[in-house]
Design a protein around this ligand. Sequence first.
Ligand SMILES: [Zn+2]
Length: 393
Amino acid sequence: MKLSHVRLLAIGCSARAWHRSAPLPNSAAFSCGGGIRFSWRGNRYSTSMSRGRRRPTAVGTGLDTELQGSQQDEVQNRDGEGKLKIIYDEVFLKHRPPPGHPHPECPARVSTARSELDRLEGIEWATPSSLQSEKGRERTLAAIERVHNPEYLEEVLRVCAKGGGAADFDTYICPDTFEVCIAASSAWMDAVESAAGGSPAFALARPPGHHATAGVGMGFCLVCFAAVAAFHALDALGCGRVAILDFDVHHGNGVAALVKGDARIRYCSIHQGGIFPGSGGAEDSGPLGNLKHLQFFGVDETWETYEPRFEEAVEWLAEFMPDLVLVSAGYDALEADELATASLQPKDYGRMGKRLKEVFGSKVAFGLEGGYNLQVTPVAIRATVEPFLCAGA
Ligand SMILES: [Zn+2]
C-alpha cells in the first residue's frame, strides 16, 4: 500500500488554537494493513449522467437585483419550487471522536443546528439521496471518485474497517466515518441539484470538507464536498459555470487545489491569514485566474471591515455569470468561535444571506464547513437561511 496519499501533517491549527489534552490515538493509523476492499466503479457516470440531466434556467447574476426579483418570482410561483430545502440525517451524528478525546468537530454541531432550524416554518427537510436508493449511493460514490484518489479512499476505508484512527493529529476517523462522508457528499450534491432547479438548499452535514485534497485528509476534513458538488453540477446537471464562495475563517486549500485547473469554476475565499492551513495568499489566483483569496489579519475583524471584502467577493463571482452559487458555509469567523480571532456576529451572516439572495436569487446552495461554538453557530446558520424563506415556500 502506498502511503504517499495520506501524508501525516503537523501544522498548527489556528492563532487562537484549540488545545487538546492529548493527541488522537492511532494518528498513524493509515499504516495499517488488511481491511476491506472497496470496489470503485469504472463506469463512473453511467447512472448520474442519464438521470435528472437538465440545463438549468440561466440565473440572473450580476447585480441587477430588480431583474433578479422578477425572475425569482417566476420560479417561485411554480409548484414546489423556490422552497428552501435542508438536507439532513442523523447519520451525520455517527462520525465521532474517540472516547475520552473531546473534539470541537463533534456531532452536536449539526444536532444543535437542526433544533434551531426546526423552529422555522417553510423548510423542506430531506434526507441525502444516497440513503434513499442504491442508485443515489452509486452516483455519490462516482462523484467522490471524480475528486479523490482511489488509493486515498481505500486507505480511509481501511482505517474505518480496523476500528478507527486518524488522518493527521486532529482529523479523526471512526468506523462509520466513510459512510458519513458518503451521505455528506450526497447532501452537498442534493443541495446543488436543488439550487440548479431553482430551490435554494443547505446541506446540514458534517464533517467539514474544504481542507481535504485529492489524496490528503487534514483539518478535520476527509472528503472535499464542495469540489464533489461543484463537479457534479458541471458534469451531471448541465451547469456551465459554478461559483464557489467560501466564508469559513480558514482558507479552503482543498477546494482551491481541486478546482484551480477548471475554468468553469470560480472560487473565492474570505479567510484569516496566518492560521491553518497557511495557504490562500492574495497573490495566488491559480494558473487560470479562477481563484480569488481575500485575507484579513486583524484579530478583531468585524462586519465593518469584513463587508468590503464580502462585496468584492460577490461582485467577482457575479461577473462570472454562474449557473449556480455554492457556498462553503463555515461559521468559525464568529466572535464566539475559539478556532480563530475574527469577530463576526450571527446577524452578519444574515446580512450575507440577504445579499446572496439579492444577487443570485434562489440558485444558491450552502454546505456546512466549520463553526464550532455550539450556542452561536446554530443562530448564525439560521440567520443565513432566513432570507431564503421566500413567499413561494
Ligand atoms: Zn474553518
